[in-house]
Design a protein around this ligand. Structure first.
Ligand code: HEC
Length: 400
């Protein structure tokens, strides 16, 4: 309880001293930046182009991934499976579609690559699309090698370089994010809190956190990496030495997105705020150059509506106590079966999964009995992906 009070006080203090621009009606899921613009994608289904604050509403569901093309075109990937190219706030092309949520995007010249939870990655080149299939389950991350070769990483713990023959690196741990450096080195962010760097056959590992890593970014010159975790840890590293140079002290938990912009780090996460940091000193810079916007939050209402079905058995606060089920306070980032003082079934005590938007979505897609065999949580499913996404958004928003 004491810890919660302190956390709230810090958040509010930061808001008063340095008004951050709150533009999203829920957690920020994705960020991309070039020298001029920052684009953020949110669980609220919008993408916002900063510093103008122009709001794009082209997706039905969360905007999970964003990218900027060299001429200022904005690419967004949504939970609706669409990849959409916009310019000046107008949709230019809808590259329809993945059959599952898009999780990540990469661009190189006119090439756009997308990774999705339908188990595929795609590369769109003008009107042509190439489909890359081989991962066992969700593809979480995508990047281009300097020579244009596609590289993907996924929930199956593999990193695949799509040459002929395909090169498969088996890490055995789900990989959540990936970037490539100008010299071809690959960096990945793992669910085991480990940052891994691959050059040829050599691999280096840097321990960042004990919980899953969620976001990874590389500076345009490839010299620095920024990495963040579900627990809100944010760090800047020198890539070549692997040395941690800066720790950014945020108050958000989790951080979902990072990008470099002219010596600064831009971050987004649970608080729905886009924050700027000095990459050298780690000092928070707040946000300048735009007036706050506060769009409406239609999807959050749907999530609240769905959550009514859970309230009979779950509270959402740290001190709300347990009903038939445990409190879901701070659920995202929590390991399954670990709420103190709740008597879980053996199925959950033995589990080693972490609750993320993805695993919560899956819980209600396939049902508790299939996901956690032997659980005492009654069978229930949400068949509409939009409903699941609204529920996840609500859970992340109400008790991040
Ligand atoms: C009728 C009671 C009931 C309802 C309704 C219910 N749950 Fe549960 N839930 C439980 C029980 C009991 C457990 C603990 C299961 C165990 O220990 O096997 C649980 C566990 C969970 C867990 C795992 C928590 C942890 O600490 O690992 C999550 C997540 C969850 N429920 C989410 C939800 C959501 C979201 C809803 C609504 C869509 C919901 N539940 C509706 C009874 C319920």
């Amino acid at each position: 309880m004491r810890r919660v009070a302190v956390w709230l006080a810090l958040t509010m203090g930061a808001a008063i001293a340095q008004p951050a621009i709150v533009g999203h009606g829920g957690p920020v899921r994705a960020i991309a930046a070039d020298g001029q613009h920052v684009v953020s994608g949110g669980f609220d289904g919008t993408a916002i182009v900063w510093p103008e604050g122009a709001v794009l509403r082209s997706h039905d569901g969360a905007v999970n991934a964003v990218a900027l093309m060299t001429d200022g075109r904005v690419v967004t990937g949504g939970a609706d499976g669409h990849v959409i190219v916009s310019r000046d706030g107008r949709v230019m092309r809808d590259l329809c579609c993945h059959s599952g949520p898009v999780a990540a995007l990469a661009v190189q010249g006119e090439l756009i690559a997308s990774a999705a939870w339908d188990g595929t990655a795609r590369v769109w080149d003008g009107s042509d699309v190439a489909v890359f299939q081989g991962h066992d389950g969700n593809v979480n991350a995508v990047a281009f090698a300097p020579d244009g070769t596609l590289i993907t990483a996924g929930y199956d713990g593999t990193v695949r370089t799509w040459r002929d023959p395909v090169r498969v690196l088996r890490l055995g741990v789900p990989q959540n994010a990936m970037v490539t450096a100008p010299d071809g080195e690959i960096a990945t962010a793992g669910a085991d809190g480990m940052l891994r760097l691959f050059a040829g056959d050599a691999m280096r590992e840097v321990m960042i956190d004990t919980v899953p890593l969620t976001a990874l970014a590389i500076s345009p010159d490839g010299a620095q990496l920024a990495v963040a975790s579900l627990a809100g840890t944010m760090m800047v590293l020198e890539r070549v030495s692997g040395r941690i140079t800066t720790v950014l002290h945020g108050t958000e938990r989790p951080i979902w997105a990072l990008a470099f912009a002219k010596g600064e780090i831009v971050s987004g996460g649970a608080a729905g705020v886009v924050s700027r940091w000095d990459a050298g000193s780690g000092r928070k810079l707040g946000w300048t150059g735009a007036a706050p916007v506060m769009p409406d939050v239609p999807a959050a209402d749907r999530g609240a509506q769905i959550f009514r079905a859970c309230q009979a058995c779950h509270t959402m606060t740290a001190d709300g106590g347990n009903r038939a089920g445990p409190s879901l306070y701070g659920l995202i980032g929590r390991k399954v079966g670990t709420w103190p003082g709740y008597r879980y079934s053996e199925a959950l005590i033995q589990g080693d999964m972490v609750w993320t938007p993805e695993t919560i979505d899956r819980l209600f897609e396939i049902g508790p009995a299939a996901m956690l065999p032997g659980t005492k949580m009654p069978e229930q499913r949400l068949t509409d992906p939009a409903d699941r996404s609204a529920l996840v958004q609500y859970l992340a928003h109400i008790a991040p």
